[in-house]
Design a protein around this ligand. Structure first.
Ligand code: SF4
Length: 430
């Protein structure tokens, strides 16, 4: 498509909607044909590998958030709680349990049963969640153990002996996963198919980094909270596919066009913000409006880092050495995703100047202890590194019972008033 103002701006959102519908139509068809799916998670999905065995790919986290943005999550949560799950655990898990109890019935279609599940250690809930499917469906669950960083910046550098040991450890597990996939799918592993999927993943990963960088421009060309969540859906659901690669090539063209022509994502950009945590899906649009109403735009977020499975990392698969490179890529990206949840402060501090950030919004949520537990400490650590205003608000990603819109609005309004007062006093502003 020609990059004209009439044709290019807004086409990414439209294309994402079409891809999403086609994905869920495919899942519905798979469920009707009783084909077993590979259940995976956004941090370490290894879909590049699983696609070699023609598994339909199911991301239960994405299915669950879809129930929230479609305002029916409470029905699913109630069903799982009535079944015996505590109100206290991750809402994603409970919505999925209800989907399983409903034999796959979901607002976007029907979800096929799992033939196998791949869980990484990026979130401890992943592993307990996989055990639920094991009990319900009796299928195998594979746990991929990725060595994490030992502290902020305390990590094995690519090329070092430590890194090579860790890469070999991951490679050994991927070898076992291939054997399991061959057994479950009845298909032999084909390394040329893996090369093909890795090639598409390379295109997507490079584009992901570039699109995040596009938002250094003023005005910002996309909102990391709202548009970013849509892009994340495609980045995960279509990882390693020709459609995913084409989507991101086109999206990048759109965003570059907007940057070159000064086309922003909010009508009048006033404040450039960073978002830390997971969005509030039960009131997704209104949550974003708490900020856009004041001319606030999220130019970057830790969500774009960890929920893309670490795709912000500068890494490309070596197609001459696909298996070795897959292990290195999984190690680097999943570890980067974990770092984005546990050791974000230095990265946040580093992006303040290049992205021209005026304030940081921390949003811990009840459901997700993995992301939320350390956020108060992260805020303190960031304040020690940089003098930057921040807002700390709490709600949930699924459970509307703990979302108080009025309270969120009060806090957001006060935050913007504080930003305005700071800007009015040049000595305090950066
Ligand atoms: S606890 Fe957090 S990271 Fe883990 S599955 Fe739930 S939402 Fe995702």
């Amino acid at each position: 498509m020609t990059a004209t103002a009439s044709g290019i701006v807004g086409r990414g959102g439209e294309a994402a909607g079409q891809l999403f519908r086609s994905w869920f139509d495919g899942l519905t068809a798979a469920a009707e044909e009783k084909r077993g799916a590979a259940y995976v998670f956004v941090m370490g999905s290894v879909t590049e590998l699983l696609r070699c065995f023609d598994f339909p790919i199911v991301f239960p986290e994405i299915n669950s958030l879809q129930t929230a943005v479609r305002h029916v999550a409470h029905e699913y949560l109630n069903e799982a709680e009535n079944y015996g799950y505590s109100p206290d655990i991750c809402g994603y898990v409970k919505a999925d349990v209800a989907v399983q109890l409903r034999r796959g019935a979901h607002p976007m279609g029907r979800i096929p049963k799992p033939a196998l599940a791949v869980c990484t250690n990026a979130c401890n809930t992943y592993i307990k969640w996989g055990e639920i499917w094991e009990r319900m469906h009796g299928m195998p669950m594979f746990t991929l153990d990725i060595p994490g960083s030992r502290g902020a910046g305390v990590t094995s550098a690519p090329g070092s002996e430590d890194f090579e040991r860790e890469r070999a450890y991951v490679a050994g597990q991927l070898g076992e996963l291939i054997t399991l996939c061959e057994r479950v799918s009845g298909r032999a592993f084909d390394i040329d198919r893996l090369r093909e999927h890795l090639g598409h993943a390379n295109t997507m990963q490079a584009a992901w980094r570039e699109l995040i960088d596009c938002n250094r421009s003023r005005p910002a060309v996309f909102n990391a909270l709202s548009d970013g969540t849509i892009y994340l859906g495609v980045a995960n659901g279509f990882r390693g596919t020709a459609e995913g690669a084409a989507f991101f090539r086109d999206l990048l063209e759109e965003l570059c066009y907007k940057a070159a022509n000064g086309i922003g994502t909010v009508t009048k950009e006033q404040w450039r913000l960073a978002f830390v945590g997971v969005p509030c899906y039960p009131i997704f649009r209104r949550f974003a409006e708490l900020f856009t109403h004041w001319g606030g735009v999220f130019v970057n977020s830790t969500y774009l880092w960890f929920a893309s499975g670490g795709s912000h990392v500068d890494f490309q698969y070596d197609l001459e050495r696909p298996l070795e490179s897959l292990a290195a890529g999984v190690l680097r990206t999943v570890r980067a995703a974990m770092d984005s949840m546990f050791f974000q402060a230095p990265s946040l501090a580093e992006m303040i100047d290049p992205f021209g950030i005026d304030g940081v919004v921390f949003h811990p949520i009840k459901s997700c202890r993995t992301v939320s537990t350390g956020l108060a400490d992260t805020r303190r650590a960031l304040m020690a590194l940089r003098d930057i205003p921040s807002l700390f608000i709490e709600s949930d990603l699924m459970d509307r019972r703990v979302v108080s819109e009025a309270q969120l609005k009060n806090r957001a309004d006060a935050f913007f008033e504080g930003l305005a007062a700071r800007r009015a006093q040049p000595a305090l502003a950066r």
